[in-house]
Design a protein around this ligand. Structure first.
Ligand code: FAD
Ligand code: DLZ
Ligand code: SF4
Length: 512
């Protein structure tokens, strides 16, 4: 028996199921850089460079432990360009008798793998991804029979299952499950991001940067400067830096947005966690230890742990529970083409331009920029859900379909019909003005509803709600919204809708 063990770019953990019980005398571990994966959406060059460099470092670490490794580089002459092609070539050359994989993070790839048994005429063993903290079966059991799948209740179960922030009495630490009432403050005047770690480029990284520059410079996004962690050791440094220096303020400024400050108190660990360089439980345990040692307050620690133990696991559960039908949903029939300003063309909306700038420069923008700026605009303007998802999947270094899709389609666009979000995350310029200093630098005015300088988010907000009145008027979580609209004089209502139409027209013309 000789197994070909294929490891994907987002599976770089020694604890991976398909790396256990390896027979070093006969088995071969394969990692391959393939054009199909690098270009099925136009991934940000930083994302491609991060993944290729992390793959090469991981392969070298395995080889140093005596594991036979077959590493296929993107520019190897015989590279067939796809997972299927590389598996076929490898089993032929190595005379493998079986293929072992860990389930991938995307339905498309899972279907591909399932097909190999037949097309390549070889047994394919697809193992569960034990890096996640809730199995598919556990999520399905939790979801079973529930009318609404609310993250908050799933999260409480996860806290109990893993004894995170749980006292001996079984009660949540501090008495409450959720401390968001103490979180989410607007930014302080003059607030700056604390310094972040910058990792020195290894020879491997330098080679990868040259390759990515040559092959992918036509993709949206700046390749350099490049300071990503590309090994587990470096990723652990990032985590320690965050827990020591930033976690104490994480909760307070989680939703704040500051011009020129892309990172603030966010952890920046999602790329490392999703690629396998960090594991979710170790992150939660380190954060809890900081609280127990009196080094970070409970509101920050609980809020941070909720993102990982709660939101991240819940989002993955939703993806696999509802796919493939989930990916076809478009509850609000959103079909407008994605405007070019998502790809860096100019827009006068400072908040949107700033979120896109951060994205272009860092392959990163933080959660509230993704949700309440680019996501909110896409929701209000009715942008095509598939085009928006493709954008999010391409431009962020942490994006894989299992996590991108429910966040985009479900949370930001309400396109799944309210599975992830019980009400749409729709907001006017007032919210953005409160949570950021963006509006001070914008040509639009968040206090104006109509006219040349009115903030486009304002009229679009009302227009969106009225367009979908049949869905939202009865929503119990939006009690005052329609009563406010109803109180507007008919002329005001008409002027707002006219202003929204004008903004959509300007958006199409590229002048918004
Ligand atoms: P922090 O703010 O420091 O949060 C800590 C960690 O919590 C993150 O690293 C992440 O692992 C986890 N987390 C927080 N929120 C979520 C969430 N909603 N879903 C899953 N994990 C969460 N996250 C991705 O990892 N990949 C994506 O492709 C992705 N696409 C998104 C698209 C949209 C429209 C929205 C609204 C959110 C998306 N998110 C995605 C969730 C979130 O925005 C990112 O996880 C976060 O911004 C990553 O930055 P950070 O590591 O500094 O996170
Ligand atoms: C995103 C990505 C890219 C850009 N390139 C590769 C690659 O060359 N080789 C590889 O193994 N994986 C890559 N990936 C990640 C895959 O697309 C990812 O594993 C699937 O989408 C499943 O999550
Ligand atoms: Fe954004 Fe409106 Fe503020 Fe301009 S005024 S930054 S468009 S919210």
């Amino acid at each position: 028996m000789s197994a070909l063990r294929l490891i994907l770019a987002d599976q770089l953990s020694e604890s991976l199921a398909s790396l256990q019980e390896i027979d070093k005398a006969h088995d071969v571990v394969m990692l391959c850089e393939v054009m199909e994966e690098a270009s099925y959406v136009p991934h940000h060059p930083k994302k491609i460079a991060f993944l290729f460099s992390a793959m090469r470092h991981f392969a070298a670490e395995l080889a140093a432990c005596g594991v036979p490794v077959r590493y296929v580089k993107l520019d190897d002459v015989n590279n067939t360009g796809s997972f299927s092609g590389e598996v076929q070539r490898a089993i032929h050359e190595l005379k493998s008798s079986t293929v072992v994989v860990t389930e991938p993070g995307e339905y498309r790839v899972l279907e591909m793998m399932k097909g190999w048994q037949k097309t390549l005429n070889i047994p394919v063993d697809i193992l569960p991804d034990t890096r996640f903290l809730a199995t598919h079966a556990e999520f399905a059991a939790w979801a079973d029979g529930k009318k609404q799948l609310r993250m908050e209740f799933f999260y409480r179960e996860m806290r109990k299952n893993y004894s995170i922030l749980i006292e001996n009495s079984g009660k949540p630490t501090g008495g409450d499950w959720n401390y968001d009432k103490d979180n989410r403050k607007p930014p302080k005047a003059g607030m700056k991001s604390p310094p972040r770690i910058r990792h020195k480029k290894s020879a491997i990284t330098k080679d990868v940067l040259a390759l990515v520059n040559e092959r992918f410079s036509h993709h949206f996004g700046m390749l350099e400067p490049f300071h990503f962690a590309v090994t587990r050791e470096q990723a652990l440094m990032e985590l320690d830096h965050f827990v020591t220096h930033l976690l104490p303020n994480f909760g307070d400024y989680q939703d704040a947005m500051v011009a020129g400050e892309p990172f603030l108190y966010h952890s920046l660990i999602s790329s490392y966690l999703n690629a396998g360089l960090l594991l979710p439980l170790e992150i939660c345990q380190k954060a809890e230890a900081a609280y127990r040692a009196g080094k970070a307050p409970l509101n920050a620690v609980e809020g941070f742990i909720r993102q990982i133990l709660g939101w991240r696991e819940y989002i993955r559960g939703i993806y696999w529970h509802f796919m493939p039908e989930y990916g076809e949903r478009n509850m609000l029939n959103a079909t407008r083409p994605l405007p070019k300003f998502y790809w860096g063309e100019p827009t006068h909306m400072f908040c949107v331009a700033e979120a896109v700038r951060h994205t272009r420069d860092h392959a990163y923008s933080h959660h509230i920029q993704r949700l309440m700026i680019t996501g909110n605009f896409a929701l209000l303007a009715g942008l095509d859900v598939k085009a928006v998802q493709k954008w999010y999947l391409a431009v962020y270094s942490d994006a894989y379909e299992w996590v991108e899709m429910p966040n985009t389609l479900g949370m930001a666009l309400f396109g799944d019909g309210g599975v992830v979000a019980s009400k749409p995350y729709a907001a006017s310029g007032k919210y953005i003005h409160r949570m950021s200093n963006y509006c001070e630098q914008c040509r639009y005015d968040p206090d104006e509803m109509t006219g040349e300088t009115a903030c486009p988010f304002n009229a679009l907000y009302w227009d969106f709600l009225v367009r979908h009145e049949n869905i939202f008027r009865g929503n119990q979580r939006m009690p005052y919204v329609f009563s406010t609209w109803d109180k507007f004089a008919p002329e005001k209502q008409q002027a707002i809708r006219k202003q929204a139409a004008l903004s959509l027209q300007k958006m199409a013309e590229g002048t918004l």
